[in-house]
Design a protein around this ligand. Sequence first.
Ligand code: LMR
Length: 397
Amino acid sequence: LFETVELAPRDPILGLNEQYNADERSGKVNLGVGVYYDDQGRIPILQAVQKAEQAMMSTAAARSYLPIEGINTYNLGAQTLLLGADSPVIAEGRALTVQSLGGTGALKIGADFLQQLLPQSKVYISDPSWENHRALFERAGFTVDTYTYYDAATHGLNFEGMIASLRTMPAQSIVVLHACCHNPTGVDPSMEQWAQIAELIKERQLVPFLDIAYQGFGDGLDEDASVVRLFAKLGLSMFISSSFSKSFSLYGERVGALTLVTSSKDETSRVLSQVKRVIRTNYSNPPTHGGKVVATVLNSPELFQTWATELAGMRERIRDMRAQLVAKLKEHGVAQNFDFVLQQRGMFSYSGLTAEQVERLRQEHGIYAVSSGRICVAALNSQNIDVVAKAIAQVLK
Ligand code: LMR
């Protein structure tokens, strides 16, 4: 049966964790996967999460199956966080949200449903994009192409190129956009540019799929949802995949959501019924624990405040690490200008390091990064930053 099965390559991101875990060097540093570590190098357990869990334990409930679409208060909380408490879309019943197995799960439910709706459409992802976007949409049956995005020469956005790409797409093409904190580059369009992008998507009747896994890691919870709200204001029907993995530091709980914005309340109930079929035939219904924790925090004004403050702390620490990295690279004699790292947003920096330089970082220094040159700034801390800057300086020589 399995004789002809070929060995698949390691996952470009999660495969690095496997390699890192097997590495026996004591000073190793994992800048590969998008995970936030605190200044002691630990994955934090948030106060808001602990308090929610304590409250849940004191009133422990039996664990029956959740509804197919997940916990209602979780879904409403996730939806409100994206669209805003005063959203007309919510008031008009034009949004539906289902609990998903992380942001990846939301993308997959969305992709499977899109395959049912628009099997002939092509999916366009940014060049470059999160490694799993292409694989995920291809596996769902789509042909995946790219649109122009990053300009390596300026370490910024090639906005004209992006607009030109959007203009070439046939109507009903699916465009995957990173609504904030672009993964892997950390380069986002300005709000003025987003306004033009959104208008063009509307004019050309493209289907936006907004992916937002880092809400709160750019400028703030509301600020980072601006793009979602801009698209909603234009009356666009759209898909939104979101994640609490990073913002709640609950990676292993698989806490994500898929939100769809429709054009009427009637459409919403029909669409929800179909999305539920997609979920039922994939994994039946989502797990309880992580969803309950997030729902408890999102629906308690006090815990919400605690969470928002902790998230702001993570955001500020990352910014501080960016500044320190740039300063330390200079200290270690790097001639190239790395100031662009200060402009990038979210957890990542697209460092400009080549695949060979990344490989040298791993082999010679035990420092792991994605071969595209993406480094997770959120994994730097006051103990490892000097070692990392020094190693980067060495491989750049
Ligand atoms: C990342 O890009 O590192 C994260 O989104 C984790 C993942 O699933 O790839």
